[in-house]
Design a protein around this ligand. Structure first.
Ligand SMILES: [Ca+2]
Length: 524
C-alpha cells in the first residue's frame, strides 16, 4: 500500500520541489557554517551515509543531521511508572530513562484535532483541520505549513504512519491519496489491514469489525466501547502500525539520508480494544477509582464539565447517556490501562528495531501525547475539558549523547515548543513567528528555568474556555460569543492539586493578574 501511495509527482509537486531545493541549499550553507548547536546535548556519531561518504579525509567531517522518530500516542495521560502511575508500560519507562522527561507538559487543547494542529504548525490553533486552503494551492508556499514541511524541504525524507494530524493516516480519502497536511510528507498513510480504511482501522474491533456512532461505519452492529478478544497484537490496528513503522525504518536505513518518521498510535483512544493478554496484566478490583469523583466546588457544571459523552453516546452504552455505574467505571479504567500496555508493547517493538538497525545512535526520539484523559476525576470519563488532568500529557525527548538521561524537568512546557525544539536539534532554520520556544536548554539542563505560563483552550457549546497554568495556579476564563466573562475558575495547586475548589472569588487580584496574562496570548 505504501508503495502505491508514493504517487507520481504532479506539476505542483515539481514546483514545490524546486522551491524546496532553493530552501534546502540555504539550509545546507547554514549547517556548514553553524557551530555545534547541540552543544553538550548530544554528539550524534558519524555515519557513513551517502551524504558523508565523500568527505575528504583532510577536511573536518560535517556532522550528519540527526534523524527524528516522532511517536504520538492518542489520549495517553501520564498514568504509568515514569509519572508515578500504576499502568504497566515498561517500554515507555525504558525510553524515559534514556530521555529528558518533562513532568509538566501542557497541550494547547485537550482534544485531538486542535492539539495536533498546534503541534504541527507550532502555533496556538483552534481548528480540527487548519490546512484546507493550503491543500488547494498548486505549489508549496514559502512559509512551511508544518514542521514536517520544514524538514522535507531541507532534504529529510518524511514519512507519516497512523495518526499524527487528526485524520488517521493523515489522509482525507479512503484511497489514501490526499494528504491532510499538504507538502509535508513523502508518504502519509495508515495500514488498514482487514478493516479496509484508516477510519475503520482507527475504530477497529475483532473480526475485521469497526464501530463508532458519530463516524458511521456502514452496517456494523452497535458495540460497547471496549473489547478484549484473544488475538495477537495485529488483531487490532496498532499492531499493524508497529509493523509498518518497522518496515519503514528498514527502508529509511537502506536509503541512507536523514529522515523524519512520525508514527501515530491509536490507543488508548476509545474504544478500549486490546488483546486479552494485556487486560490480563491487571486485576480489575485493584485499579482504584478516582478519589475526586465530585465536581469542583464553586463552578457551574454546565460550563466546566461534560457528561462523558464520548463513552456513553459514541458507542453502545446500556446505562444511557451520561450514566456510568461503579462497575462500568472499573471496566473503563481496566480497558484504558490494558490499552496503555498494548500500545506500550507496540512502541517497544519500534524502539527495538531502531536499535537493531543502529539508527538509535543518530536519531532523536520524541514521545508525545495529544492530551490527558479523565478516568472518573470530577465525575467524568473523557477529554475535552480545561482541567489539569485533560491538558497535561507525557513528553520525553531522547537526544543521542544526552547528559544525565532520565532526569526530569519540572518546568512548564507546551506542545507548541516542539517545533522550535526539533528545528534546533536538527539545525534547521525555523520560521520566526512560532508561538513556542525551544526546549534544548531544558534538555541540556533539567534545572533550567522554563516558561512562566502554559496556555490551553477548549470550548463548550457557544462558550470558550481559556486556561493559563503557572507554577502554582490554574485559571480558566470562560467567555460567551460577545467576549463577556461568564465564569472564572482559579485553582491553587499548592493546596489543591486535584482542582477540587474554585477559589477565584477569594483571590480576585490573582485572578485579574492571570486574566491579563491570558489576553496576551491569542489563539488562532
Ligand atoms: Ca487524542
Amino acid at each position: 500500500m505504501a508503495k502505491a501511495l508514493d504517487r507520481p509527482r504532479t506539476c505542483a509537486r515539481r514546483l514545490s520541489s524546486r522551491r524546496d531545493f532553493i530552501t534546502a541549499a540555504g539550509a545546507w550553507a547554514f549547517s556548514v557554517f553553524s557551530k555545534n548547536m547541540l552543544g553538550d546535548v548530544g554528539h550524534p556519531v558519524q555515519e557513513k551515509t551517502a551524504r558523508t561518504a565523500g568527505t575528504n579525509s583532510g577536511k573536518p567531517k560535517r556532522r550528519p543531521r540527526p534523524n527524528v522518530l516522532f511517536i504520538a500516542v492518542d489520549d495517553l495521560r501520564p498514568c504509568f511508572g515514569t509519572y508515578g502511575g500504576s499502568a504497566l508500560a515498561p517500554n515507555l519507562d525504558r525510553l524515559a530513562s534514556e530521555s529528558r522527561v518533562f513532568t509538566r507538559h501542557y497541550v494547547q487543547s485537550a482534544v485531538c484535532g486542535p492539539s495536533r494542529c498546534s503541534l504541527l504548525t507550532g502555533k496556538r490553533v483552534n481548528s480540527w483541520d487548519c490546512w484546507g486552503s493550503q491543500r488547494k494551492l498548486n505549489a508549496g508556499p514559502l512559509y512551511p505549513v508544518s514542521f514536517a514541511h520544514l524538514f522535507r524541504r531541507n532534504g529529510y525524507r518524511t514519512v507519516c504512519i497512523g495518526k499524527i494530524s487528526h485524520l488517521p493516516g493523515g489522509v482525507m480519502d479512503t484511497e489514501q491519496k490526499i494528504h491532510q497536511v499538504p507538502f509535508s510528507w513523502d508518504l502519509s498513510y495508515a495500514p488498514a489491514g482487514p478493516w479496509r480504511t484508516p477510519w475503520r482501522a482507527f475504530f477497529s474491533y475483532d473480526k475485521a469489525q469497526a464501530y463508532n456512532k458519530v463516524i458511521r461505519m456502514e452496517k456494523d452492529e452497535p458495540r460497547l466501547p471496549y473489547e478484549s478478544a484473544d488475538v495477537p497484537d495485529a488483531g487490532y490496528a496498532d499492531g499493524l502500525n508497529a509493523q509498518e513503522a518497522i518496515r519503514q525504518l528498514r527502508d529509511l536505513k537502506t536509503r541512507g539520508g536523514p529522515f523524519l518518521l512520525a508514527v501515530g498510535f491509536y490507543k488508548p483512544h476509545l474504544p478500549f480494544n486490546a488483546p486479552k493478554r494485556y487486560w490480563d496484566f491487571y486485576q480489575r478490583q485493584e485499579i482504584p477509582l478516582a478519589r475526586n469523583a465530585q465536581p469542583p466546588r464553586n463552578v457551574d457544571p454546565a460550563i466546566s464539565l461534560h457528561n462523558s459523552f464520548e463513552v456513553t453516546t459514541h458507542y453502545h452504552w446500556p446505562s444511557g447517556p451520561g450514566q456510568i455505574s461503579e462497575e462500568e467505571a472499573l471496566t473503563l479504567r481496566h480497558g484504558y490501562f490494558a490499552c496503555v500496555s498494548y500500545v506500550d508493547a507496540q512502541i517497544g517493538k519500534v524502539l527495538d528495531e531502531l536499535k537493531r538497525l543502529e539508527l538509535d545512535q543518530n536519531t532523536v526520539v520524541v514521545l508525545w501525547s495529544d492530551h490527558g484523559w479523565h478516568l472518573g476525576e470530577h465525575g467524568m470519563f473523557g477529554k475535552q475539558t480545561n482541567f489539569e488532568v485533560a491538558t497535561r500529557s507525557p513528553l520525553f525527548i531522547k537526544v543521542p549523547g544526552i547528559a544525565q538521561p532520565g532526569l526530569r524537568t519540572h518546568s512548564l512546557v507546551e506542545t507548541v515548543d516542539l517545533y522550535p525544539t526539533l528545528a534546533e536539534l536538527c539545525r534547521l532554520p525555523p520560521p520566526n513567528d512560532l508561538a513556542g520556544t525551544s526546549l534544548v536548554p531544558l534538555i541540556r539542563d533539567p534545572k533550567h528555568s522554563g516558561k512562566e505560563h502554559a496556555f490551553s483552550f477548549h470550548g463548550r457549546g457557544p462558550l470558550m474556555g481559556r486556561a493559563i497554568r503557572t507554577n502554582r495556579h490554574r485559571l480558566v476564563y470562560w467567555t460567551n460569543k460577545a467576549g463577556e466573562a461568564v465564569q472564572v475558575e482559579l485553582y491553587d495547586h499548592r493546596n489543591d492539586p486535584g482542582e477540587n475548589v474554585n477559589v477565584a472569588a477569594d483571590h480576585p487580584e490573582t485572578a485579574r493578574k492571570l486574566i491579563r496574562q491570558l489576553r496576551k496570548f491569542p489563539m488562532q
